[in-house]
Design a protein around this ligand. Structure first.
Ligand SMILES: [Zn+2]
Ligand SMILES: [Zn+2]
Ligand SMILES: [Zn+2]
Length: 248
């Protein structure tokens, strides 16, 4: 749905070659992924571009939203779940860790207040942890990740894992990442970053996990253009782009 870092690409006011690129693959909305499995539709993260992304993909069914963490580029679009409240007449199920749900109650206070403003979004919050859980009946394995000092989650569903906003993965989590067809992993640029994998770190992580194909996401304009970056990567590593569909 989106493959850009927190500011998106292009960045407002930036004149760099990536932000000026005419290639549609260099237009990156904030990071998010839509998963369709067993007739269910799940969204991972709902950043500020949520509305635009769901309109673009003509999404009419949403059975749950999984949140990796509470940073604004991953939750800011949640007000627009109202559209699905209207379609189904029901609250939207949101799955996240306790700390993230607490942040939602703070950031979207009007949604959870006792006296509700008419027309406010409706969400049912589900606490998840490090144990396997079901989201709309779909089995999900959470992966514990470190985003600087913030513990965040990635998710494995069947043979796909979605891991964004990370710069460290504990050794024991690799057991959950065996035999993947697709690994989606976040990286913001070449060279060290305080809270995200550099490209070098992401490639080392991919080599260790050894999926059939890896897809890079959460990219910033500090990378070269999509085409240039793709040409520099080893076989089996793809640069993701907005609208990319992976069939497994
Ligand atoms: Zn992010
Ligand atoms: Zn730029
Ligand atoms: Zn983040």
């Amino acid at each position: 749905m989106g493959t850009g870092t927190s500011q998106g690409v292009p960045v407002i006011g930036c004149n760099c070659p990536v932000c000026r690129s005419a290639d549609v693959r260099d237009k990156r909305l904030r990071a998010s992924a839509l998963l369709e499995t067993e007739g269910k539709v799940l969204l991972v993260d709902a950043g500020p571009d949520f509305r635009q992304q769901l309109l673009r993909e003509r999404v009419r069914q949403l059975d749950g939203i999984l949140l990796t963490h509470e940073h604004k580029d991953h939750i800011a679009g949640l007000d627009d779940v109202r559209a699905f409240n209207h379609i189904t007449g029901k609250p939207v199920d949101v799955y996240a860790e306790q700390r993230v749900l607490k942040a939602l109650k703070r950031e979207f206070r009007y949604v959870f207040s006792k006296t509700k403003y008419p027309g406010a979004p409706e969400m049912t919050l589900h606490v998840i942890g490090e144990n396997r859980f079901r989201a709309a009946d779909v089995p999900v394995t959470p992966i514990r990740l470190w985003h600087h000092r913030l513990p965040v989650l990635g998710f494995r569903i069947d043979n796909l894992a979605y891991i964004t906003d990370v710069n460290k993965v504990e050794h024991e989590e690799f057991a959950k990442l065996k035999h993947l067809e697709a690994l989606v992993v976040g990286t913001v640029r070449r060279g060290k970053h305080v809270s995200h994998f550099s490209l070098e770190e992401a490639l080392a992580f991919i080599a260790k996990v050894n999926p059939r194909t890896a897809y890079l996401t959460h990219l910033s304009h500090q990378f070269e253009t999509h085409a240039e970056l793709q040409a520099s990567l080893p076989a089996g590593v793809q640069v993701a782009y907005d609208g990319l569909e992976i069939k497994l």
